[in-house]
Design a protein around this ligand. Sequence first.
Ligand SMILES: Cc1ncc(COP(=O)(O)O)c(C=O)c1O
Length: 420
Amino acid sequence: MGSKYWFDRAKQVIPGGVNSPVRAFNAVGGTPVYFKSGKGAKVQTEDGTELIDFCGSWGPLILGHARDEVVEAVSEAAANGLSFGANTAKEAEFAELICGCVPSIDMVRLVSSGTEAVMTAVRLARGFTGRQKIIKFNGCYHGHTDYMLVASGSGLLTGGISSSAGVSPSAAAEVFVAPYNDLNAVQEILRANGDETAAVIVEPIAGNMGLVEPAEGFLEGLRAATAECGALLIFDEVITGFRLGPTTFSTLCGITPDITTLGKIIGGGMPIGAIGGRREVMEKLAPLGPVYQAGTLSGNPVAVSAGMKTLQLLRDENPYPCMAELGKRLANGVDRVAAEKELALHCAQTGGLFTPFFRKEPVCNLDDSKACDAEAHARFFHHMLDHGIYTAPSSFEVSFISAAHTEADIDEYIQALETL
Ligand SMILES: Cc1ncc(COP(=O)(O)O)c(C=O)c1O
C-alpha cells in the first residue's frame, strides 16, 4: 500500500489529505510521499523507497532522524508521565539552558508551536508598548495567526490586506507590510506611524521565500529605527534559532532584539515554541503582568526532554562547522552544474541552510523569489525524488543539512542534479 493509496484514503477524511497545506505538493504536482520511518539522514517511504532527506521536518531535525540519545530522552520522559499540566524541574532547567545560550534572553516562556510563540510575542509587544500597529515583511512567514496572514495593501502607508479567507480586515489593517531588505520602506512607515507602532517583526535570515540573507545594514537599521520610535524589535528565529550555532542568529550577528521567538530545533522534533527576551518585557506576561498567555501542554515534559537533549548535543558536539562545510560543498556543486549545463539556477546557502533558486540573478526579496521559474523547480523536485533525494516541495522554502548528512549524501544530490 503506497503513497497514492494513503493519499486517496486521507483525502476522504482530512481536508486536502494533509495536515499542513505544503504537504499536498500543490506547488510541484504529483502525489505527496508518505513517510514510514527515518534514521539519520535517510527516510523510508510507504512506497518501499529510501530517500536522503533534505527537508528534516522543515528544520527541527538538525541531528537527523531518531538520533538515539534524543529517542532515549523522549522514552524516559514518556515513561515518567506524558503531561502534568503542572510545573516540572526539567522545564526550569531547559529555560536556564536557553537563557544561558542566548544573551538577549533573560527569561523565556514555553509554548507548543512557532505560531503560538509569534502570537504571544506580538501580544506582548502590544501590551508592553500600549500600541497596536505591527510592521512585517513580504515573504516572511510567522505562522498562521490572523494578523500574520497579511499581504501588502495598495501602498506602503496603507495597512495590509488579509492573505487568507477568514482573517478579519481590521486585524490585517493594523499590520504594515514592507519589502524584505528595504530599510527605507520601514523608515517611511515609521515616520508616519512610529508613535503607534508596537513592533517590527522579521526573520533575521528569511527562510520562507527561499533562503534570503539580510542585506548589509538592514538588521542594524531596523534595530536603530525601532529603538528611536519606542517600538520593539522581534526576531522570529523559529528557523534560525540554534541552526547556525548553539544560539540564535542575533547572538551570532551581534544585534539584540527585544523579543525572540523560537521553535523547531528547540523541540528536537517534538511540538514546542518559545518566546524570550529581556526581563522588563517578559515580566509583562501573566501571572506577573497584564498580558495573558497560557497552555495546557506548555512546557510538556516529553517535548522539553527532546529539546534539552538536542541542545545539549549541539553544544557538546558542535556540528556547525561540519554542516557549513557540507552546505558549501552542495552550493558549489549546484552552481558548477548550473554553469556546465547553462541552467538558469543558482544556490543560496548559509551554514546548513540552502535554496536552489531557478534564476541566475540573486534573490533579495519576495518579488525576486517569485520571478524564479516555478515549473523548472517542479521538474527539479520530481527528478531529485526519482533519484532518491527529498527536498522541500515548494520553491519558496529552504532545505536543511543536518549533522547526520555526509559528504556522500551531498555528492548524491549533485550527481542527481547532473542528470537533470
Ligand atoms: C520563521 C517562522 N516562524 C513561525 C513559524 C510557525 O511555526 P509552526 O509551524 O511551529 O507553528 C514558522 C514555520 O515554518 C517559521 O518558519
